[in-house]
Design a protein around this ligand. Structure first.
Ligand code: FE2
Length: 185
């Protein structure tokens, strides 16, 4: 049964053993998505809420705004993604001589847990008209990675330095845009 404090303790112990060990803990937690929701609370707003942050481990509660997308980016550390409500459509990209190109996709629904390798480049779409909730566990400090991280413009696929403030704004803007379109104040 998911317990926030125990989950953090278990991930802290397991992170040195790599993504497979984290995945095992996640798979157990995500076998009961209702329990995760009640422990973490119904989402009020889209955004990135850290549950735990240290040099070698970051645990984030992601709430994706309805129909929002996030441009291609890398992490420079492994991550394990679990969905406890809604859906995340991931597009995976690979580097080309001058830019990147789409190389694959994976759609994740409630209860799904997947590992993203250290060098993965992905973009994320919440394809549904409600918030999608996920926990992402990173094998490093997500907010201050040791190796510089990149993002790619969604339209031109031009690479630029990753900007966490920009990313946080995108979540807020997407929520405002969706609410305005649906005339929710
Ligand atoms: Fe990501």
């Amino acid at each position: 049964m998911f317990n926030r404090d125990h989950f953090i303790q278990d991930c802290t112990k397991a992170v040195a053993d790599g993504p497979a060990a984290i995945r095992e803990i996640m798979a157990d937690a995500f076998s009961d998505c209702g329990r995760l929701m009640s422990e973490l609370g119904e989402p009020q707003h889209a955004g990135i809420t850290p549950i735990h942050r240290s040099r070698d481990l970051t645990i984030i509660n992601f709430v994706w705004a309805p129909c929002m997308s996030l441009m291609p980016h890398n992490h420079q550390m492994f991550s394990v993604v679990g969905i406890y409500s809604g859906r995340e459509d991931n597009v995976f990209w690979r580097r080309t001589e001058r830019s990147i190109e789409a190389a694959g996709a994976k759609s994740l629904g409630a209860g799904d847990v997947t590992v993203l390798g250290h060098d993965i480049i992905h973009s994320v779409l919440n394809p549904i008209g409600k918030m999608t909730c996920a926990i992402h566990v990173y094998g490093g400090d997500f907010f201050e990675p040791e190796q510089p991280r990149s993002e790619w413009d969604h339209e031109t696929l031009v690479e630029r330095p990753w900007n966490i403030d920009n990313v946080k704004s995108l979540f807020q803007e997407a929520e405002v845009r969706f609410n305005a379109a649906n005339k929710v104040s």
